[in-house]
Design a protein. Structure first.
Length: 292
């Protein structure tokens, strides 16, 4: 489970300045809207604070099951935390130190780092290694563990997270992004309309095709195409998945039930070349230079 818990707002529906305009000359920032800023975590204290935010959302709100030691510490922690970069949304208007101001987070894992440390998180659910083998010259990056505190689930927070991801992708010259997008609950049939819409309209084909692992594969083709009302299907979809579709993303074939996190996952696949010029211009084509 990964990029699913931004319950309100849209990934790309207006309201934010471009990363170029937002950052200006302020060192280390990837974006700013009002009192909210996005940047990478600078130290272990900030990573710990991001893990505490994840615990509040995934465990206290969504009833995820985590290791007993992590539960005692009230932190959502796994082995990937040590090798990932942690994108933060910080509310500078809150009192306290920087780690007290973290209200949202995204975990970013680059291809070369994953290769050196045992692979990508999503590979435990989807055949991403086969996908990458078809693109030996391309750089992939994984987006994961996205969450935002309830009172900050607004359009501008989602905008900031995407600005940060876009700047990071440019800085590291990524060719494609992917990650698990999730529906709440472990019964795919409860999301038959949205999953069927994705199956009929957004499944990656050809060189970008990727499937759920055979032992975990759950059908997404739960309704015939003629029974799927696109407007209602999009309305029933988690906003972050819908936002990625607007950017030009595709989804893998087959869903996976994640019992530990109480979600039904699909794989989002977004080649950088598929992002329209409209959104490239919106977020700032040279945003990567502000992440240096």
């Amino acid at each position: 489970m990964s990029i699913e818990l931004l319950d309100r707002g849209s990934l790309v529906d207006g309201g934010a300045t471009s990363a170029t305009e937002a950052v200006g000359s302020t060192e280390g920032l990837l974006g700013r809207i009002g009192n909210l800023e996005t940047r990478l975590a600078r130290n272990d204290r900030e990573i710990d604070a991001a893990q505490a935010v994840r615990y509040r959302v995934f465990v206290e709100e969504m009833n995820a099951q985590i290791a007993p030691d992590a539960a005692r510490r009230k932190r959502d922690v796994d082995a990937w935390d040590a090798v990932c970069d942690h994108l933060l949304v910080v509310d500078r208007s809150l009192e306290g130190d920087a780690e007290d101001q973290i209200v949202g987070t995204y975990r970013l894992l680059r291809h070369e780092v994953a290769r050196a440390h045992g692979g990508f998180y999503s590979a435990s659910e989807f055949a991403v290694n086969e996908l990458m083998a078809r693109h030996p010259g391309k750089r992939f990056m994984e987006l994961g563990r996205s969450c935002v505190l309830p009172e900050y689930r607004t359009k501008r927070t989602v905008e900031l997270l995407w600005q940060g991801c876009w700047a990071y992708a440019l800085m590291h010259r990524a060719d494609a992004m992917f990650g698990c997008g999730s529906f709440p609950g472990i019964r795919p049939e409860e999301h038959a309309l949205a999953l069927s819409f994705l199956h009929h309209n957004a499944v990656a084909r050809g060189e970008w095709a990727v499937k759920a692992l055979p032992e975990l594969y759950r059908e997404m083709d739960l309704m015939p195409v003629e029974a799927v009302n696109p407007r209602k299907a999009l309305s029933a979809m988690p906003p972050l998945i819908k936002g990625y579709l607007r950017l030009g993303a595709m989804v893998g074939e087959g869903a996976v039930v994640d019992h530990a996190f109480n979600t039904t996952d699909v794989l989002i696949v977004l080649p950088i070349s598929s992002i329209s010029d409209r959104y490239r211009n919106y977020y700032g084509a040279d945003a990567g230079r502000f992440a240096s």
